[in-house]
Design a protein around this ligand. Structure first.
Ligand code: PAF
Length: 272
């Protein structure tokens, strides 16, 4: 992959990169299409990164659908699929970690300790291997986007980051590789998530309210469904991920819930 990247760069070709863990869906494909419009060489990585899964999380059962993913990439005109093994990405003796002590420990980082260290470490490795001019990420993992932005700025990486909107199904449910595990009943329950975000947005739009009113409105919708266990509902500053004290500027309303043993996240940007 490094050789391919070196040659493409030597020929003055712009490399666009979509890092993924596979089980590709329309959300990933929207990133691929945008990157293809902007770059001459498109690379998709498929790597289920053990470093970003905590003990007891779903690393073992995370969907692995490599040959269907490769077919989907070919159909979309992707030039290279980079699908390394865990041993290649983390050879024996490897120990360097990239840590974001503040941003990486809030929200998702609080619920999934070590998750963003795993993400930041593997993303840096992937960027070093693929050497892209541009890398695309989905807004669904909003905190991951903020982590990668921070990483790129702090370590002075020479890569342009692209964040593209959440792709939703016809009921508003954000596409996710984990959705495939939802039963029909779970899917119906999960539709409350986009409704909760919309309820929060409405309160924010009304104006003159406190951040807690936005959170309460979103929570109230989620609480309609006892089968849906709330991990968090938070309204944060879109860059620092710290709770906001007043409704102003660019904020993110974020939700994480559990449906049985499936954990889903979603978010919406609120600009005032
Ligand atoms: O969003 C993902 O699929 C992963 O977190 C990423 C960015 C590929 C790192 O493993």
């Amino acid at each position: 992959m490094k050789e391919v990247a070196r040659k493409a760069r030597a020929r003055g070709r712009k490399i666009g990169f979509v890092p993924t863990m596979g089980a590709l869906h329309e959300g990933h494909m929207s990133l691929v299409r945008r990157v293809k419009e902007l770059c001459e060489v498109t690379v998709v990585s498929i790597f289920v990164n053990p470093l970003q899964f905590g003990p007891g999380e779903d690393l073992e059962r995370y969907p692995r659908t490599l040959s269907a993913d490769v077919d989907a990439c070919i159909a979309e005109g992707v030039d290279y699929v980079f699908a390394p093994s865990a041993e290649e990405m983390e050879p024996a003796g490897a120990e360097t970690r990239v840590e974001l002590p503040a941003l990486g420990s809030r929200l998702e980082g609080r619920s999934r300790p070590g998750h963003f260290t795993g993400v930041a470490t593997v993303v840096l490795k992937l960027l070093n291997i693929v050497q892209p001019h541009m890398a695309a990420f989905g807004q669904k993992d909003a905190q991951q986007c903020a982590v990668v932005r921070r990483l790129a700025a702090d370590l002075m990486l020479d890569v342009e980051l692209l964040v593209l909107p959440i792709v939703r199904d016809e009921h508003g449910l954000a596409l996710s590789s984990r959705n495939r595990w939802l039963t029909e009943q779970d899917r119906e329950r999960a539709r409350l998530i986009p409704r909760a975000l919309e309820a929060g947005r409405e309160v924010a739009r009304d104006g003159g309210r406190q951040p807690q009113a936005v959170i309460d409105a979103a929570r109230a919708v989620l609480e309609e469904e006892p089968g849906l266990e709330i991990d968090y509902v938070e309204l944060v500053d879109a860059e620092s991920f710290e709770s906001v004290e007043q409704l102003a500027g660019e904020m993110l309303l974020l939700v994480a819930v559990r449906l049985g043993d499936i954990r889903l996240i979603d978010n919406t940007v609120i600009r005032l």
